[in-house]
Structure formats: structure tokens, C-alpha cells
Unconditional design. Sequence first.
Length: 349
Amino acid sequence: MPVEIAVDAPSPAVFTYAMELRKDPITRSWVITGDDRAESGPRPDSACRFCPEATAATQVIAAMPNTVGASWSARAVVHPAPLYHIEGEPGRRGDGLYDTMHSVGAHELLVENPRHDHHLWNASDPEIEWFLRLAAERIFDLKRDPRIKYISLFKDYGAHAGQEFAHPTSQITATMFVPRRVLYELRAGREYFLSKERCVFCDIIHQEERQALRVIEARGDYLALCPYAPRVPYETWILPRSHEAAFERTALVRQGQLADLAALLRRTLQRVRTVTEEFHLVLHTSPNHLHPSKTLGYWKTIDDDYHWHIEILPVLGSKARSYTFKEVYYSPVSSETAVKQLRGTKIDG
Ligand SMILES: [Zn+2]
Ligand SMILES: [Zn+2]
Ligand SMILES: [Zn+2]
């Protein structure tokens, strides 16, 4: 029933959202939608707002200690055109059979390096380690907000991959829902564990190491491999061999091992870049245990049945035909062929 509000009544604080979240009633996954008025595409180098000497205002959230020549080595800033806002209430409501809510959450940019031209494939391993430590600290910190269900870390590089800034950056979004792909993985990991009492990712690692058909490289506790059933050509995963559900726990507790992860990430991106410069990179890690959600309450075994990993999805313009449906992925290069080419790449350092 409509409620009339007197014009002079004190109104609650109003926050306007450019974007809203809508739940697909069929797949039960949330999408973010709205009319985006922000500029897109990498900015020209002359106007970089993320270089240390930039004059444009940036809201710094956290910074890692300096390395040679700058006051910081990696830092997190508020995204200049955030999709998610920490202020306000989700205001979840129904519209007939549909569900919608405000895009409450957080949207940060991780400036990977103070140097405009030091990317994850050509920076030094200690520089990449600082970036990984920053990512872990931001995830750890955002998980202290019990409203937040999941924290995504991703990087889009190249015009066809949706890159936004020329400066080396990754992005973090903290959301009140778990993204669809991660939700599928969590459910599948739980089902596998229920029947076998083993982690499906650990089993994949053991089989891939035994067969040695799709492993690109092992470094310390980390493995880079081409998955058995790729979604795109040259899809590559990086996983820890030791079982661990939460990336931030590995990164903050076993800090000594981060040098190996930094080196493997750098070397793997070098390999992928011999095939295409453009890629998506995404970290898949455990959701927020503090979130008082009934659906998450199922996953009492999440520490046993989930296993963090990084997925690299190269963007091959010429191969991206109309066959590439979002649900039935088409990949014209087999993993066994992809691994041979990526393994054979000459790597610097
Ligand atoms: Zn820059
Ligand atoms: Zn595992
Ligand atoms: Zn994954």
C-alpha cells in the first residue's frame, strides 16, 4: 500500500546509486546494471592520476612501504568511479518475481607499482610481493565487515579485456553476494568433499603432477597449469600445492612463500603474453566467514573443501568467434597443445 510522506517531514539521509544489483531469477545470480556515465578505456599517459607525482586527488586507503625511488611500493585507493559504495543500506526489495538491491559494498583500485611501466610481468619479484601482500591485507580488512559476503580481486588488461587505466592497477570489489562462478565452485567443492572427503582442487593438483601433461611450471609451493577443460584458449591457473581455502591466510601467514608466488605469477604472465597481450586475471578465494548468511551457514567445511587459486583468461581477438557462449565455452586450442607452447616459452629471470 502506498505511504504518503508529508513534504516537510524530516527525510532520512538519501544516497544515490548510479548502479543497482538485480538477481537473475533463473540462475539466481546477481548482476550489476544501470546507465554507466563514467568514461571508459585506458586514459592517455599524460593524464595518469596514479603516478606518485600526480596532482589529481586520490583517496588512499592503504599503502605498502617504499621501495627504491617512491614513498610507497603498492597502494590501495578508492576507485574514481566506484560501482559499489560503502555508505547506505542495501535496501533489498522485491518487484514481482524480481529481486533488486542498491550496490552497497566497496570498490578499490590496487596500484600495483609506483612506476607507470612496471607491470606484473616485468616488475621485480619483491615489487610483486608487495602487491600480493597489499591484496591480502585489503581482503583481510574488508572481511572484517560482516555485511560483506565476498571480496573479488581481478585485473583486466588490454582494450578488449576492458582495461580502464594505463597505470598498472588491479581492482577489488567487496560485495554482499558471492559472484556466480565462485558460487558454482563453492557448491561443487562442497559436493565433491561430501562424497570423497577430499578437496577437489588438491585432487586435481595431485593428478596433474602425476600425469605431467598440463603443468606449465612448479615453483616452491605453487603450480601453474592449463586446466583440463578450458573455457578459453591458453586458460591458466596458479594454485598453492598446500591446501588452503583463503588466499589472505597464505599470504599473511606464510609470507616466506610469497616470493615463489610472485616469481611464478610474473613468469606465467610472460608466457601468456607471447600468445596475446590481453587477459583477465581473477583471484578465487573463500567467502567471508563473518557474514551471518544462512546460505553460507551450509559451508561448515569450507576450509576443507575450497582451495584458493588465480585464473588467467587470455583474450584472443581472432579466436573470439560467436561460438563463445557464456555457458558453453568454446576453445579451439586444447590444453595439451596450449601447455606445450606456454612451457616452451623463453623466460627472463
Ligand atoms: Zn602512472
Ligand atoms: Zn585443497
Ligand atoms: Zn576458480
